[in-house]
Write a protein that binds this ligand. Structure first.
Ligand SMILES: Cc1cc2nc3c(=O)[nH]c(=O)nc-3n(C[C@H](O)[C@H](O)[C@H](O)COP(=O)(O)O)c2cc1C
Length: 168
């Protein structure tokens, strides 16, 4: 069973992080990289394990390529699917909307029946509010290349270690 890792190939920092996540997964489980700009409903639904990359844009919103796909997701039955989300964000520039995109996409996945996996601790970040928090955890992996680039490698490694126990 392959796991789709879906991010926009033209979304600079999100694409770079996606490549690093794929490298960290290595041969632990099979992955297929999919360009979010070209995403179709058929392709999305073809996978039971998904990793989604989403930067937060426009002060707490999804980037346009995910936003345009939301109406399609709202019609989907995602029961039986496991979804992990990583997101690029900027805690200094946007402390009130930190990584909101993860929360928007995560709640949508869950509403459609998917199981969200890969939650992470909030402790090593400093911000005011985030829609990505649930039960005192981030709903996915938050990477901040603007302010904490040096922490990203370890954050990715730790997250991928968790995913190795979840994805087959
Ligand atoms: C216009 C604009 C709005 C942004 N809004 C937010 C925001 O609301 N929350 C946040 O955490 N980051 C926000 N960011 C920061 C981006 O998420 C961050 O720069 C990210 O690394 C961009 O990833 P990308 O290169 O894949 O687009 C914003 C950036 C820009 C340029």
């Amino acid at each position: 069973m392959s796991t789709a890792i879906i991010y926009s190939f033209t979304s600079n920092k999100t694409a770079k992080a996606g490549e690093k996540i794929v490298a960290a997964i290595g041969k632990s489980f099979e992955t297929t990289t999919v360009d979010a700009d070209q995403l179709t409903e058929e392709e999305f639904l073809a996978y039971n394990q998904l990793i989604l990359g989403v930067p937060t844009w426009f002060d707490g919103e999804l980037p346009h390529y995910w936003d345009e796909f939301v109406p399609a997701i709202e019609e989907m039955d995602l029961k039986g699917k496991k979804v992990a989300i990583y997101g690029l964000a900027d805690q200094v520039g946007y402390p009130e909307n930190f990584a909101d995109g993860i929360g928007i996409l995560g709640r949508l996945m869950r509403e459609r029946g998917a199981e969200l996996v890969g939650e992470t601790a909030i402790e090593s970040y400093k911000f005011e509010s985030s829609h990505a928090i649930e039960n005192d955890k981030f709903m996915g992996l938050v990477l901040d290349q603007e302010n904490q680039a040096r922490l990203s490698k370890k954050r990715i490694e730790n997250w991928v270690e968790d995913l190795k126990n979840i994805f087959k």
